[in-house]
Design a protein around this ligand. Sequence first.
Ligand SMILES: Nc1ncnc2c1ncn2[C@@H]1O[C@H](COP(=O)(O)OP(=O)(O)OP(=O)(O)O)[C@@H](O)[C@H]1O
Length: 444
Amino acid sequence: MSNTLEQSPPTEESETLIEVEGLKKYYGGEGMFSDPPVKAVDGVSFEIKRGETLGLVGESGCGKSTLGRTLLALEIATEGSIIYDGTDITGLSGTELKEWRKNAQMVFQDPESSLNDRMTVGEIIREPLDAHSWKTMTDRRERVLDLLSAVGLPDKHYFRYPHQFSGGQRQRIGIARALALEPDFLVLDEPVSALDVSVQAKIIRLLEDLQEDFNLTYLLIAHDLSVVRYISDRVAVMYLGKIMEKGETEEVFSNASNPYTQSLLSAIPEPDPSAASQRITLSGTPPSPSDAPAGCNLSTRCPAKIRPEAYADADRDLWQAIERFREVVRERARVALSLGDRVRRRFNRFDRFDDIEDSRADTFDGVEVPERVDQQIETAVEMVKRGEPMEAQQHLYTEFASVCDHERPEMHEVSVSGRQSYCHRHTDEYEDVEPVISRRADNE
Ligand SMILES: Nc1ncnc2c1ncn2[C@@H]1O[C@H](COP(=O)(O)OP(=O)(O)OP(=O)(O)O)[C@@H](O)[C@H]1O
């Protein structure tokens, strides 16, 4: 690589480049009569050290891209701080923000749509330099040529158009453009997931080489856990806007502590079928980020959920049916009743929720239901039928809820290297995650 790409001489630097504290990004919900906000990122804290790669994993919709965009100040944080090299960037605006933006760039998932097909490759890579009036036109042209060579593309591509290239080449162009202003930090948002497997390996190698050459710091967002494991120094696992576990990559992959991480990792196919490990499934579907549970975010699906004393030894199928039924009632409680509904309710003529009987039959089909449970369910069903689903929800909550439903866990340190996990079970008061999950898998 030529001298024009050299970084400025090292100054006295702290080891941490980015420190995020209590960061939230909510969409909507500001108006008095508006729907509740979408809590895409809901209070996350972590740091990224200079020159390292932090992998960010989690199911689709858990808030990874929003977090990445907020770190680049492409979204305005709702709350919390992002200290970048000593400066809180959530307070920047105008020229200060424009100036700061040189430091941090994004590489997008889809090289098909992220490049402007009407511009030549040279213009695409040069655009950020033009926007920042970087040096002279001749310097800019030279820099683009250096960047092309840095990402493994020949000079002759300068005057071609993106549609003339393969997916891998287009991603190289995207990377060159992201590097144009000599950033220290890149958010790589699914940088290889749209590419063929053979091309993926080459792009990953390129990203590694560039990181070393320019001492780059990466946040790597990816759903392919093997890519994350390969390239990341540390990993953060997200679920419904929260970080559930974070720590050194190998530790998280080989010895996860959080029930969510364990479930996510158990879905990776085992290369050696004889060593088949247990698949840990989460029940139900993820709640909406505009209606997250009040306690632990995972409480509606957790395979290691703490149960109230009276149900500690309940059969797994029975417990899952109870949780599912609570979800059914919760859904009914979300339905806004019309004026007519409310009048009918007043005159005991309300029948809109009579189908709750069918839902109950479906949910408990084939499950042996003890009398105590049956009575509680019956009371709740009657309440729902009367048009009082919120009361039914509260009734079930009183009988079946635990600390997981009503209290947010804390981040607990779970290893000597400082790995942290967000779960009530990491306190002395409760049994550890592991034995609970395996006992429940054996159906107790
Ligand atoms: N501009 C927006 N306005 C409203 N809601 C949004 C906006 N952007 C994202 N969301 C919502 O925020 C939540 C998190 O979305 P986000 O794209 O960050 O998740 P993700 O983990 O990156 O998902 P994926 O892996 O599918 O890209 C989703 O429920 C999404 O619908």
